[in-house]
Design a protein. Sequence first.
Length: 366
Amino acid sequence: MKKRVLILTGGGDCPGLNAVIRAVVKRASQEKDWEVIGSVQSFDGILREPTEIMVLDEKSVSGIHFRGGTILGTTTKGGPFAWPYKKPDGTWGSVDRSDEMLNKLSYMGIDAVINIGGDGSQKISQALYEKGCNIIGVPKTIDNDLSATDFTFGFQTAVQVATEGVDKLVTTAASHNRVMILEVMGREAGWIALHASIAGGAEVCLIPEIPYDVDKVLEKINARFDNSGKGFANIVIAEGAMPKDGTAVHRNSNEIGYKNKVYGGIAYKLQEQLKEAGMEWDTRVTVLGHLQRGGVPVAYDRVLASQFGVKAFEMVLKKDFGKMVAYRHPEIIGVPFSEAISRYNFVEKDSYLLKTARGLGINLGD
Ligand code: F6P
């Protein structure tokens, strides 16, 4: 019987997931004694009765490298350690089904697992590894906020979408003498906002790492208009940004098993704050949202995702478990889970990227 590697995608989707799946399958197909099984919607496919899995061969992954989303499906809820269930009184609780799942994996003859996901998924990977599972992690997030890797795939695609957003808003701002505020993703870190601001030529960029002073933002905007009201300005704001004397805009989700905060709305808050601070110019808000996560990955993300997939399978062959694949220029390496999930990748205050933004005259709200 062939050895079996289980592959799954968890957490929010991200352009490049299919390119990782394809790379794992293509590399595995070069080994005569291995086969790849996909679990539908992360570990849920294993935990459900009947089990929802699919055998992945070269034919089933042919041509998927440029498709957005994930052919396996994904979920941001529950997981083997916190499986949601309805109590007799109608409320929801959660139960640890990790032992049951590991037993099922061994019954299915699974020799190794490749878990593609963000920090939440890799925390699950580590906990499963500590319980004896032969598991490798592959990082994904458009937010680029995992510190163990120089870049995550999906990020460049999101930056491209956000930059195209700025480009489009610049022309309408200029035509109407308006201030346009574009809200982009980035809960903890402002990578997308910063890259799109530099690439798109925004006047103001507000990120979670630098709480903003609304008066400083207004000063910059006013300097862009003449006395007759001619001028325009573009602001890019990360969803996790916050005023220096306030908080970020988020809410709890009422979806069962969804633990993350739902961000969105800081751009509207900023619009109000600017008005209260005395801004005279017309303003419009655009929230880019999930457009940044869908669709075709740019070439850079396909290449990075392919490297991650090949590396992940080679780590399986070497039994190099308990690690997450990471890009450390120019190498693709394996980093122990404990290190990989220990801290976020924030935009550093003294980074050259921030210096570049300041050097271009971009106001960072400070
Ligand atoms: O972590 C990636 C991310 O895209 C965040 O920037 C965003 O806040 C979140 O996912 C949205 O997640 P969901 O699709 O679950 O609403």
